[in-house]
Design a protein around this ligand. Sequence first.
Ligand SMILES: *Cc1c(COP(=O)(O)O)cnc(C)c1O
Length: 432
Amino acid sequence: MHQFHYVGNKLQCEGVGLDTLVKKFGTPLYVYSQATLENHFHKLDSAMKPIDHLVCFAVKSNSNLSVLRTLANCGSGFDIVSVGELMRVIKAGGDPTKCVFAGAAKTEAEIEFAMRQNVFCFTAESEPELVRINKVAARLKKIAPVAVRVNPNIAAKTHAKITTGTYEDKFGIAFELIEGVYARAAKLKNLRLRGVQMHIGSQITETTPFEKAVQKMLPLVKKLKARHGIEFFSIGGGLGIVYKPALESGSPAWWKSAAAKKILTPQKYADKLLPLLQPLGLKILMEPGRFICGNAGVLVTHVEYVKRTGRKNFVIVDAAMNDLIRPAFYEAYHQILPLAKKNAATISSDVVGGVCESGDYFCKDRPLPKFTEGEHLVLMSAGAYGFVMASTYNTRPLTAEILVSGKKFAAVRERQKVEATWAGENVAKWLK
Ligand SMILES: *Cc1c(COP(=O)(O)O)cnc(C)c1O
């Protein structure tokens, strides 16, 4: 569910036409729907209602201060992977005592800062990290709450760059070693073994991998509760979203209904997992990122040129891989819609940016309406791992970000000035 719809022939975000935003703020432009963020949060939160739980939004998926504030206002906790993210959460008005601090490379300074902010828990990814957290805690004369990230060795059937829960991945500690790790950690005086965590990957579109992983974890979690008094089990994030609607290209009705059945909804997720989790008597944490913000954002771009070479039709736009790297990085699919609906015949097109890399494309050989110079295209489902992965490669300034709520809108990030892309750089004195 999201709040981007055609009204007449214009694509709108909630009550605001994207053309209005383009006129005011230019392109490329990220636009987020506040109602969609809230709706996704509440859907998951209420599906899990029968059990003591906390939804911790994965900040790395979209860390704009207004996005974080929206979720903090919903009562969300946060899954953070750096001190920078923790500082952002605090700046946005989020509650550090509802933050879980993950990430495999925490420095002593990061651990100290997080401990002073009383984060809910550290998610440790190795034994040396547990030793380090204990050392910092001892220095501060504090007790550090920790959970260990378990690698359950479950294949999540997703893209190789976003699977995390198998022994081929760098994340967590192998399932078989966990009991020993907790036994040794229990001897570290300044640690409190507060929970246990797993995260098997991202963009998982069926319930089975989650079910399998939880099932595998259950006996271990029970043991850890009995032996060490852990209070929570974090089942991670990874809930997938629909990037490629079945509605596209006039699919037949049977196909649409089959596709609808396959969509992973919070209710399906909860229906499968709650019966497994309820008997544990533990608090359950979830760390969704993409599920909450993925379909809540789009990237609007301007067609600069249309060029035919050989058998190809290239639509060259003003957004590029530096603004949205997912197609180049993960071969990701983003639905592409015209800002102003048109009845033009379709033509197999490559939509590409202006960066000097052949990986700089948004789609290849996709049947799209015949676009012309000056029109605007909308890359859908760009709210997660979009702006946060943007760079200034090719000295292209970072785009603006807009938040829409009903008929209201605000630039929640101003477009970067070109000069700002070299701020902090210096010409060495001897270069004259
Ligand atoms: C990236 C990540 C998440 C969020 O993943 P999504 O696929 O966006 O839900 C949650 N937990 C951890 C530990 C992560 O690394």
